[in-house]
Ligand binder design. Structure first.
Ligand code: AMP
Ligand code: ZN
Length: 119
């Protein structure tokens, strides 16, 4: 799957297309931020590229500017949510790392204490 092949059976492509509702918190030409349906912290926002790629590292190889836009928006979301003093960005890459939606996304988590190493 290339980064430009939006698929009608990709949930996050459908959110980008407006076919599936989402609680949006940020949007520009390249990226979209919306609240996770199953939050793992008081702030839990997903930031995704508008183009399709299975993971952010793959997108970074194919379209670096699109991957960078995701990171920039993640920081903007953290600032807007008031969590810049301690927030976690999480990328689950592959089923073995509990990735369940195979459209690149970063989890922006904050508003509670975190532990290390992650589970
Ligand atoms: P991952 O396990 O890294 O692939 O993360 C996928 C995330 O998407 C999970 O945290 C889900 O709770 C979240 N999710 C799934 N469907 C939706 C949806 N329709 N709107 C918002 N978040 C969703
Ligand atoms: Zn997609």
């Amino acid at each position: 799957m290339t980064s430009t092949a939006a698929t009608s059976d990709c949930l996050f492509c459908r959110i980008v297309a407006g076919e599936v509702p989402a609680d949006k918190v940020a949007e520009n030409d390249d990226a979209l931020g919306f609240r996770d349906l199953n939050p793992q912290a008081p702030t839990h926002v997903l930031v995704i590229p508008k183009v399709h790629s299975p993971t952010l590292p793959e997108l970074a190889s194919e379209q670096p500017s699109a991957a960078l836009a995701v990171l920039v928006m993640a920081r903007e979301v953290a600032e807007a949510e008031g969590i810049v003093d301690g927030y976690r960005l999480a990328f689950n890459n592959g089923a073995g790392a509990q990735q369940t939606v195979f459209h690149a996304h970063v989890h922006v988590l904050g508003g509670r204490e975190f532990t290390w190493p992650p589970g």
